[in-house]
Design a protein around this ligand. Structure first.
Ligand SMILES: NC(=O)c1ccc[n+]([C@@H]2O[C@H](COP(=O)([O-])OP(=O)(O)OC[C@H]3O[C@@H](n4cnc5c(N)ncnc54)[C@H](OP(=O)(O)O)[C@@H]3O)[C@@H](O)[C@H]2O)c1
Length: 424
């Protein structure tokens, strides 16, 4: 095979960018028969290069320094965010440069456009670092002749850390969140992670790769973990479950059910076993073949390694992940999904309240599988009631819950967590 030299321009010298520089330095520019030459770095904050053993001459803040350099054939974008990352990627592709990016938020928003531009210009687009927990699985499956029918995963380390620490230490959400921020497992503004958007971006990218279509973020049902309490974690355990924050996509032909929210999973198998910041992904194809993978979902070196794999693919002229044009996906409405439900409500402790609640559920075709009434009973006080339902239609459950929430004996709106079947 012909030896190749990639001349690389790197945008961003933050966590991932500095990891790439370190890996390239460690590997001594040559990997296999190919050479990887880091020609230029563009970084906003020049103080970032302190500590990285690179020459000052290599770093500037002007993007055109890389974009207008005809010698640079490969651009790595690890600045994150939407703008100017999108313009940098589109411009690079337009100029015939290969692009490698870790930017799942941008791909979730503009993935189709970016892929199309790369195809039009005959450039490689490497996106492994945007789904580092699963790229090795997806790599082998994108080229497989059989369709993926189910894709589900714990895709956000912060959420999994918060949920498992609540369970392990029996501490409140706010206490664990502060600790996670102190040790770098949660950002100072953790909203993207704990409100589910980071997971949703990853699901859109994964589903895009297996289906050929990037769904718009606003079409997806996305719910985070802010309303999950220590009480829920304990009740779930008592009922034989663990609470996980899950991305779920199920495909039947071109009809897809795609959602992101907390779930109860039966203890002891598959994704339910993940601890701390671990991520996991499971895929089932239409022939019923299951594969799963557990891997770090974030981090300087895992992300930099995924980028390096893309660079090696480019140098070896290996086909990267390509979206093939397919007919659009039809998204199943959330109200039409069917599953079991965990419902927690705070109800006034008096005779007849439970029968009113079960009456409302029954009138919407929702039958109860188990009831748990816990907590200290106080004369005239509120107690938590946990209801586990049999399979029911989401639309019916939502209507029933709004009726239950209006009962004078029920304090605050009830919490609903969907109960999923055992994972693979
Ligand atoms: N960290 C991970 O574990 C991980 C894993 C997988 C994927 N990713 C993805 O990788 C990307 C980068 O993440 P990161 O954690 O490395 O972020 P980061 O530590 O914040 O690094 C980004 C760097 O880019 C610089 N920058 C921002 N805008 C710029 C611009 N217009 N021109 C030049 N430099 C600019 C930033 O400087 P300022 O701080 O001055 O703005 C910062 O130094 C994101 O898309 C992220 O989602 C990260």
């Amino acid at each position: 095979m012909e030896k190749k030299t990639l001349k690389i321009g790197l945008f961003g010298l933050g966590t991932v960018g500095s990891g790439i520089v370190e890996l390239l330095m460690k590997k001594g520019k040559r990997i296999g028969d190919n050479r990887f030459v880091l020609r230029k770095i563009v970084e906003n904050d020049l103080s970032r290069k302190k500590g990285a053993s690179i020459s000052w001459k290599l770093v500037r803040s002007d993007p055109d320094w890389i974009l207008n350099d005809p010698e640079i054939d490969t651009v790595i974008e690890v600045i994150g965010g939407i703008h100017p990352a999108q313009e940098i990627i589109m411009q690079s592709l337009k100029m015939g440069k290969n692009v490698v990016t870790a930017n799942k938020a941008l791909l979730a928003r503009a993935g189709s456009e970016i892929f199309q531009k790369s195809v039009e210009n005959g450039c490689y687009l490497g996106i492994r670092a945007s789904h580092i927990a699963s790229y090795r699985l997806i790599d082998s499956l994108v080229s497989s002749p059989s369709q993926i029918s189910t894709l589900q995963g714990v895709l956000n380390g912060t959420c999994n850390y918060l949920l498992t620490e609540m369970e392990r230490k029996e501490e409140f959400f706010s206490v664990i969140l502060k600790r996670a921020q102190a040790i770098g497992y949660a950002e100072s503004d953790p909203s993207d992670d704990i409100d589910g958007y980071d997971t949703a971006h990853k699901l859109i990218v994964l589903l895009g790769l297996v289906s050929g279509t990037f769904l718009p973020l606003k079409s997806l049902y996305v719910e985070g973990i802010r309303r999950i309490t220590l009480q829920d974690v304990k009740f779930a355990r008592e009922l034989g479950y663990r609470i996980k924050h899950l991305a779920i996509a199920r495909m039947a032909g071109r009809v897809v059910e795609a959602r992101v929210h907390p779930v109860l999973l039966p203890q002891g198998r598959g994704l339910a076993r993940l601890e701390g910041v671990e991520n996991g992904v499971e895929l089932r194809d239409e022939m019923g073949l299951d594969i799963s993978m557990q891997a770090p979902g974030a981090g300087k070196y895992p992300a930099a390694t995924a980028i390096l794999e893309d660079l090696i693919c480019i140098a070896e002229d290996r086909k990267l992940l390509f979206l093939s044009e397919k007919e659009p996906l039809t998204l199943k409405k959330m109200e039409d999904i069917e599953t079991k439900y965990y419902l927690r409500l705070n109800a006034f402790d008096q005779a007849g309240v439970l029968s009113k609640i079960s009456g409302i559920l029954g009138s919407h075709n929702i039958s109860i599988q188990a009831v748990l009434q816990k907590g200290e009973r106080k004369e005239g006080g509120y107690v938590p009631i946990i209801l586990l339902t049999h399979k029911a239609r989401e639309g019916n459950v939502q209507v029933a819950l709004s009726e239950i929430g209006m009962l004078s004996a029920v304090q605050e709106s009830p919490l609903l967590i969907r109960v999923e079947k055992e994972t693979f």
